[in-house]
Design a protein around this ligand. Structure first.
Ligand code: SF4
Ligand code: SF4
Length: 383
């Protein structure tokens, strides 16, 4: 098991070329991962059409730095992503343009992927999913370099290296997986399966600016000042979670990776190269309002547990003062629990599976996280 994670200081994106090269040098250098003529696919986090300064997507300067490094080693680079929402050429064009990817490839030979084909991969080792549709460029790559962004996440608490690979599944299949695996634990188990199936060669995390609070798109930008890298995405996530003060048990992708023996069982056992992780921990990094889960603290009989889980779970709530009635949330809600009524979205709480896709993909940050009164009351005493 590879538990090496490199951590390099990077105060601003103007220094990111140096930081990325240092982080990869600590792991053995780019030549260890990319050989001349390799088809290198770089998979940034481009969840939706957000400008670089919103700190939602992988910063284009970091992306540019990685392209330059991979090309120096002789790689033939393609940038690929299946963003939230539809996976077609028009949607990709919009995402590449707004997220600054068009600019990131300037002065390089890198190509943008517009092949929206995919193939279903049979993955018998999967614990939760055994057949996974994956986009063509990822399947055709010799080398996959994943560029996650360090952020909180309303459904999974944290989104980093393992969750970044959800963007290797074509558009509508993502909604189908949310619908089918509508409980956080099974959804995160699927993400771990997906990671094992895709197995990126290298993950380099944009932790120069991250997002705290109600991430992955509606939180607040937070300066962290780091670039982190690892050959093992689980180790990178364990370091990222420790950095923003999550325990292993609070993040199901990390907890399950530990359980399945893919990473050491605590951050103290990681092999940290470069900066000292312990001295960088950010105790005040704000968690999403959905994060607290009473049932992790109190043990209850299964039937009562299920009822209480539903009664206490945080849920989405539209802020109609901000909402522009675009209908994007209704179109993308996996169980179709949102109806547009009088030009405004209305959630059927009985059908809502609390996946927070509406919050993630709303272009106006109009989807809030509502915490039931009982949840707030208990939180006061138990957090
Ligand atoms: S996506 Fe956001 S802005 Fe658009 S209708 Fe839904 S809540 Fe309103
Ligand atoms: S309303 Fe929002 S949280 Fe509920 S199922 Fe639809 S997208 Fe998911």
């Amino acid at each position: 098991m590879n538990n090496k994670v490199s951590i390099v200081k990077c105060e601003r994106y103007s220094e990111v070329q140096r930081a990325v090269e240092e982080a990869v040098a600590l792991l053995g250098g780019i030549e260890k991962f990319v050989k001349k003529g390799d088809k290198v696919v770089i998979k940034p986090n481009l969840v939706s059409k957000k400008k670089p300064d919103e700190a939602v997507t992988t910063n284009p300067e970091l992306l540019h730095a990685v392209i330059v490094m991979a090309e120096k080693a002789g790689g033939i680079v393609t940038i690929a992503e299946s963003p939230g929402g539809p996976y077609n050429a028009a949607a990709l064009r919009g995402v590449y343009s707004v997220c600054g990817v068009d600019k990131a490839i300037e002065g390089t030979n890198a190509k943008l992927n517009f092949d929206t084909g995919f193939r279903e991969v049979h993955f018998p080792e999967g614990r939760t999913v055994k057949n996974i549709p994956i986009i063509n460029p990822i399947l055709d790559a010799d080398v996959i370099i994943s560029l996650p962004k360090l952020k909180t996440h309303a459904m999974t608490s944290y989104t980093g290296a393992v969750k970044n690979l959800f963007g290797t599944i074509p558009g509508t299949y993502k909604a189908e997986l949310h619908f089918r695996l509508n409980e956080r634990k099974s959804f995160c188990s699927m993400l771990v399966d997906l990671h094992e199936c895709v197995k990126p060669t290298l993950s380099i995390m944009d932790a120069v600016w991250g997002m705290e609070g109600n991430g992955p798109t509606a939180g607040q930008n937070r300066h962290i000042g780091l670039v982190m890298a690892s050959e093992n995405a689980h180790a990178l996530d364990m370091a990222g979670c420790h950095l923003i003060d999550y325990t292993v048990n609070e993040v199901d992708t990390v907890r399950e990776a530990v359980e399945r023996g893919f990473v050491a069982d605590n951050a103290g056992k990681l092999e940290i190269l470069g900066e000292d992780l312990e001295s960088l921990v950010m105790k005040d990094f704000a968690k999403p309002e959905s994060h607290f889960n009473l049932l992790r603290v109190v043990s209850l009989p299964a039937s009562l547990n299920a009822k209480l889980t539903n009664a206490l779970a945080s849920r989405p709530k539209m802020d109609y003062d901000i909402c522009i009635g675009c209908g994007e949330c209704a179109r993308l809600c996996p169980p179709k629990a949102i109806d547009m009524s009088g030009g405004k979205p209305v959630i059927d709480e009985k059908r809502c599976i609390k996946c927070f896709c509406c919050q993630e993909l709303c272009p106006k940050k109009a989807v809030m996280i509502k915490r039931p009164l009982l949840n707030r009351f208990m939180l006061k005493f138990l957090k």
